[in-house]
Design a protein around this ligand. Structure first.
Ligand SMILES: [Cu+2]
Length: 144
């Protein structure tokens, strides 16, 4: 094989690999994942994350799992007559091409029965399930 031919093969391979990684872009992606550090003695934590649906189908996220917690629920904080309360919505709609921002005062992941002490700087992996899709993210524990 001539040197020039070898080089063009390499270029072809690189282009092919580029196409591969483009096709393999996950349908669901997660960014800015964090868990609010709980006061000492509290066993429930709140988790926040921005979810993005890169696919062509609308999704409904309805389940969160993680080895560090005994249970997890999807909640939404709402103000009613000036009082904040939490609704156990258990579902977040994520339109095709859209994002869902789980943030303080809005949608959040309620995490129960922490299996270990989670302090500022620690990380915990959670998986968010949305229909037949799922995404795992490393949530960083941050101070309140
Ligand atoms: Cu909650």
């Amino acid at each position: 094989m001539t040197r020039a031919l070898y080089r063009s093969c390499l270029v072809a391979l690189m282009i092919l690999c580029g196409a591969c990684s483009g096709a393999a872009q996950p349908v669901l992606s997660a960014a800015d994942a964090w868990i609010r550090e709980a006061p000492p003695g509290a066993s429930a934590h709140a988790g926040y994350v921005t979810l993005r649906n890169n696919g062509n189908n609308d999704l409904v996220c309805d389940r969160v799992t993680g080895a560090d917690f005994g249970a997890a629920e999807l909640h939404r904080s709402v103000a009613e007559d000036g009082v904040m309360r939490m609704l156990r919505d258990q579902r977040i709609e994520l339109a095709a091409g859209g994002t869902a921002e789980l943030k303080p005062g809005s949608y959040h992941i309620m995490l129960f029965r922490a299996q270990r002490d989670l302090r500022s700087g620690d990380r915990s992996e959670l998986t968010i399930h949305c229909g037949d899709q799922q995404v795992s993210a490393s949530f960083e524990v941050r101070p309140t």
